[in-house]
Ligand binder design. Structure first.
Ligand code: ZN
Length: 280
């Protein structure tokens, strides 16, 4: 009898001392198709390999619902390309950019207009990520100081940044960062500083309530192949720093068990539901 009582007391104690798991504050995330980029020669992104091989890069925007607030990560190709079914080929003739469905229409389908998105950040400022940045001038914008200095500095083109993509953001509420940042203050969405591809490139660690942690890598790597083999393009702003950032993110993935979602890897994204569906 005494033994039984002891067991019962222990069981009770056990249940009392269990700290209730705080539910993840991110409710869901929409993965939005934000264009496609057809490249003539993949070896530009995988130096020494895939010479002369054409490839298709997917392009995504990611919309996060956190309690009753929204955060947008990346803006894809410009919406105006939707009027160009043949796409827009860059002056060097090596990339043709498409936008099948404008971001603004995808947001509308979810029931949102840009002004309702409180928080906005981009992995970096290249045209396939900043195409619609000007729509989010009313949001609080998280950007690394080094990236900000490059887009509004005297020579944004030196970094491959189209200055017109940030014109309407002048005077917006920027939160300038020099490293990592906990967006909602509860650990559910963390901006990870991952410079190299550009001066202030950043990645995003999102804690999804059911799927667990997911790392959105921006262009830290372009394809899963680059991640697996630690290969970066020679045109990166800082190749050495790019490799260091990859190493740091691999350590983070080992520590957290995060899934790695590489924006431009079409195959990798094939199994992920796209907006208006969402992931939890
Ligand atoms: Zn890109």
């Amino acid at each position: 009898m005494k033994a039984l009582l002891a067991i019962a007391v222990l069981a009770l104690l056990g249940s009392c001392t269990t700290v209730p798991q705080k539910p993840a504050a991110v409710e869901r995330m929409y993965v939005i198709e934000c264009g496609e980029n057809h490249v003539k020669d993949l070896s530009r992104w995988t130096p020494g390999e895939n010479i002369g091989k054409p490839a298709v890069f997917s392009d995504h925007c990611y919309l996060i619902k956190h309690a009753n607030q929204w955060m947008l990560w990346d803006t894809g190709n410009p919406d105006r390309l939707a009027a160009m079914p043949g796409g827009l080929t860059n002056p060097a003739g090596i990339i043709t950019a498409y936008m099948n469905k404008p971001l603004i229409d995808s947001l509308k389908e979810i029931g949102l207009v840009p002004g309702e998105i409180q928080y906005f950040a981009m992995s970096h400022s290249h045209g396939d990520h900043s195409g619609n940045a000007n729509l989010f001038a009313a949001s609080i914008i998280f950007m690394q100081q080094a990236e900000y200095d490059a887009i509004y500095g005297p020579t944004p083109e030196k970094y491959g940044f189209p200055a017109a993509n940030f014109e309407k953001l002048k005077g917006a509420k920027f939160v300038l960062l020099n490293g990592n940042h906990d967006v909602f203050g509860d650990g559910s969405v963390i901006i990870e500083s991952t410079p190299g591809h550009t001066p202030g490139h950043q990645s995003l660690l999102v804690q999804l309530p059911k799927s667990g942690p997911v790392l959105l890598t921006g262009d830290l790597v372009h394809l899963k192949y680059n991640w697996d083999h630690d290969i970066v393009p020679a045109f990166n702003f800082d190749v050495e720093r790019s490799h260091q950032s990859i190493t740091q993110m691999k350590e983070l993935v080992a520590r957290t068990g995060a899934k790695v979602w590489i924006n431009h890897d079409k195959e990798l994204h094939a199994s992920i539901p796209k907006a208006p569906a969402y992931v939890e």
